[in-house]
Design a protein around this ligand. Sequence first.
Ligand code: NQM
Length: 362
Amino acid sequence: MNGVPCTWMRGGTSKGAFFLAAELPSDLRERDDLLLRVMGSPDPRQIDGIGGAHPLTSKVAVISPSEDPSADVDYLFLQVTVDQARVSSAQNCGNILAGVGPFAVEHGLVPADPEHTSVRIRMVNSDGFATATFPTPGGQVDYAGTCAIAGVPGAAAPINISFSGTAGSTCGALLPTGRVVDTIDGVDVTCIDNGMPTVVIAAADLGATGHENPAELEADTDLTERLAHIRSQAGKLMGLGDVSTTTVPKMTLVAAPLGDGTLDTLTFIPVRCHTAIGVLGALTVGTAARIPGSVAERIARYRADVVRIEHPTGFFDVDMDLTYTGDAGVDIRRAAVIRTARKLFDGNVYPAPAATHTEDNS
Ligand code: NQM
């Protein structure tokens, strides 16, 4: 059986398999079938594949030279569902994005500068752009450094990522319902998409504090059932249709910050509760915090410098300069984050064979 060239990377607080598009089948069904067998899905333990048995470690990046003259590379993100035979391009991932620049340089898609290299990335899933800048001393990617991010032990080289064109990434508008606040099942929600379709809800409105740990909330079936019911209606209002099998919208519970942050968050993605928060998720919730009257803004503590999103394992700073212009529009002058990434393994991955007749010897 032939292996497929693959790099296994940590990007921010997530992990995934990175491929050159040219190494994968061009037929999408064949590609998805291959990726399921690479990751070991469907199986809650992904025991026969390289997936890490959690949505945050069952991710794929597909990289190619960009077809857009204003970008260096195209980045297609694919979420491989752990326990179902499903591969989805319906969402983007800003954590895995952190690995794209280094991967592109290491694979010769972008020449390295002698100190730092900037790679302009077209995010195919959502049609936005990101520019990633990271150290390349002597023309080599250097993953080592002193930058620590919440949710990742130790330190690594900083990867500066600035975004453009994220508003309405999937839904077509920043506030896809046309309103700052909607009321669903008697609960006020803000449905928003600045890179990640998200429903923002005050934790207190669901009887939570917003400071619980993720496992505790995942086990609260009353709360998760209420959330799922609100989500299915929000999905329709956001123009996403039936969202019962999709990974967007995300559901973010917000509460007053415990530390010196803007607000505290717990995000369902959408079944598992994130141990931190996604990058575009943080950008989106941070944007909500700057929209007068939104569910997030009602609770947020204003900070002039950054929007500091607290989450279960620390905080996430979004360097954001934006003004809500009314009419569901936003003028974004700056939206940037710092992440780290690390190449964990580089070689060939060997997918499980396509399904055949099996004998049960357990
Ligand atoms: O919002 C998880 C992650 C993400 C997505 C998810 C992400 C983002 O932490 O940009 O990074 O929301 O499914 O990897």
